[in-house]
Design a protein around this ligand. Sequence first.
Ligand code: BGC
Ligand code: BGC
Length: 813
Amino acid sequence: MRLTLSSLLALSCAAVPMAAALADAPLPAAATAHPELWPQGKSVGLVDPETEAKITKMMAEMSVREKVGQMIQPSIASMKPEELREYPVGSILGGGNDPPLSGNDRGPVGDWIATAEAFRQVSIEKRPGHVPIPVIFGMDSVHGNSNVFGATIFPHNVGLGAMRDPALMEKIGEVTAAESAASGFDWAFGPTVTVPQDDRWGRSYEGYSERPEITREYSAAMVRGLQGVPGKARIQNGNVAASIKHFLADGGTHGGIDQGDAQISEKDLIAIHSPGYVSGIDAGAMTVMASFSSWNGVKNHGNKSLLTDVLKGRLGFEGFVVGDWNAHGQIPGCTNGNCPQTFNAGLDMAMVPGDWKDLFNNTLKQVQDGTIPMARVDDAVRRILRVKFKLNLFDPARPFEQKQMLGIPEHRAVARQAVSESLVLLKNNGALLPIKPGQKVLVTGTHADDVGLQSGGWTLSWQGTGNTNADFPGATTIWAGLKSAIEAAGGSATLSADGKVTGPKPDVAVVVFGETPYAEMVGDISTLEFQPGDKQALAQLKALKAQGIPVVTVFLSGRALWVNPEINQSDAFVAAFLPGSEGAGIADVLVAKKDGTPNKDFRGKLSYSWPKNAGQFANNVGQPGYDPQFAYGYGLTYKDHTAVPQLSEVAGLDASLSNVSVYFLPGRILPPWKLATGGAVAMKNVDGGGTQEGARQLAFSGPGEVRIEGPQVDLSRQSNAMLSLRIDYRIDAKGASAPKLGMGTTFVDGGKVFTAAPGQWSSVKVSLSCFAAAGANMNAIARPFVLQGDAGLTLSIATVKLDADPTGAICPK
Ligand code: BGC
Ligand code: BGC
């Protein structure tokens, strides 16, 4: 078996023990593709003689410097518009956390338009030695124009897959394009046509299905929706360029590890992972984004047989290939600022958010000295210009006058329909649903009244964390939708934040809970068990059951998770995935009209198999030994009268082995972590964290140390992904000297961390990157929290865990 450095790195990143990961790895084949085995593509109108002649003429006027510039894509966070004069790059992108130039990430759409215009105007300036060519501005419009305040947010792809409705997908594409173009963007980094094979992968929700059939149809529908008729896309008509991503087999990553290695045969590469590209290219997709991942140990960004021979050759792709975020820098021998290998392999434009100057200068040198052949540059530039011409970016007219179209009722109606079609009814014992006219309904659960939680990652911020309802003007929470539908049918609805019943006993309770937002590697998990070690939602369901109240669960998640205990405590259970801004689509199906008939029936069918235990990571339909809890294609309707029996509550996997991020919650330390002390410190339970005896009070009578310790875990990815260590604490008395806060054996000044006034509960977040910068070896952390104090210090802690929301995180110097 061949083990490259990159596959080793990927494996060591996993929370699963390395030996196990190696043992079940299939023998990798060679990573050179055989184009003749792949489907033969045909031309779809991107290439026409008139446009090609214009390109030829333009290229004859361009300097080498200007040509190389077309191949470079910085982020708007690290390039200023005026820098385009010295560095005439071909494109800019807005990253998930990049605000418009105004700096106001929650600003009006005009801020985005101004940003787009600021860059565009410099790029098309007439000045000596410069051929005016508009930059193409790309954004992650992956579930609607989801980075912009006030936009319509669609369900994530995992929910859309359940709809089985390509016609609606096309409309979703149209709305997404219209709102993106009206915001100043030319290009959507979507659709994601990944076919996730392992639900532990943090990007599972970005895929429509575990099978290629739905993806094949949807890819074409989305590309048509975003771009319009193949070859006829016009930015002026509200079309944007699509980018089918991530090429290839990102969903085949071994062990469900983000940016990992697909250890599969070429046959599977073609059969499972390529159909969305074949159909998307056929529908005229103007760009393809290469994947961070590897195929059998070779990084896709450096794989010429895939990028050039297969994609541009056999599949007949005539648009351009864009890279992913510094992904070229992961090719052995490359850095973010230096990588001729990727261009020689066939990448046309590198996404290089921060190190763009270095990459620009190095690439220019490598073209001049022949390391990168001129013919390769000319091919790349021709493809990029082709897309710019075909999208009609050279025409100064822009659809900005339509900016008031963001989040308009017609658009929201499309999203609301998608929400209602995506719901999958897993259980409806005793026909508890629909909610009957006149019923008294209690609505509760962490996710009942929160647009951010119902939208997931890639929403206003990269991780989708840190959002409140105020960030979504015009959106509807699930609670708000339920309330109006229930009242319209003559019933009454009460929202209970904590699940407690006040007043008369309700006829039914609707409990809305699920995963909290994540994106990319931050979402990688190693058990499919929902809330391992922290069964908050289950406790709430049990409490309601104990009072004899029938329970409907609405479960929000980016993937099929093992929730058998929660299903057992629910009379009805609805998988609602990540519905987005139009929560009313849920009430459209769950609540009956005044005459007692349902408004709409369930249409959703599982596009991923639902696991029978926490270890069924890659239990996909068609595979040997297929044995799910709910099979691919399952989904009840109101016409079905199937009772779901009591399900097994044996998780089958020790969740404590996978907990690398939650150490202490009010009342308990979570396995496999332990609290230990050394020196002159005493520990006792006190009230805190909203729980009786929820906190530990640490009283120092001399130099001492309190630490949370356990197995050595790798927190390097968490550190790179901007996670922080969050501590909820109260200073009860100050010590003789400032305390120190440590991770592993690296310490920062605790005096700058624990700054709250004595006697008050407070919360602080210290960036993991801060410990890394101070020298902590993030690859091997056995003590994620160490507090060293001195005589007199008394400090209480209620929560210690990793936090994905970077807002407010500090780095004491
Ligand atoms: C993601 C892409 C995304 C890009 C730009 C990358 O980290 O993998 O899907 O389009 O960033 O935000
Ligand atoms: C960016 C995302 C990007 C990610 C990649 C984030 O900082 O905002 O757009 O996908 O980094 O690691």
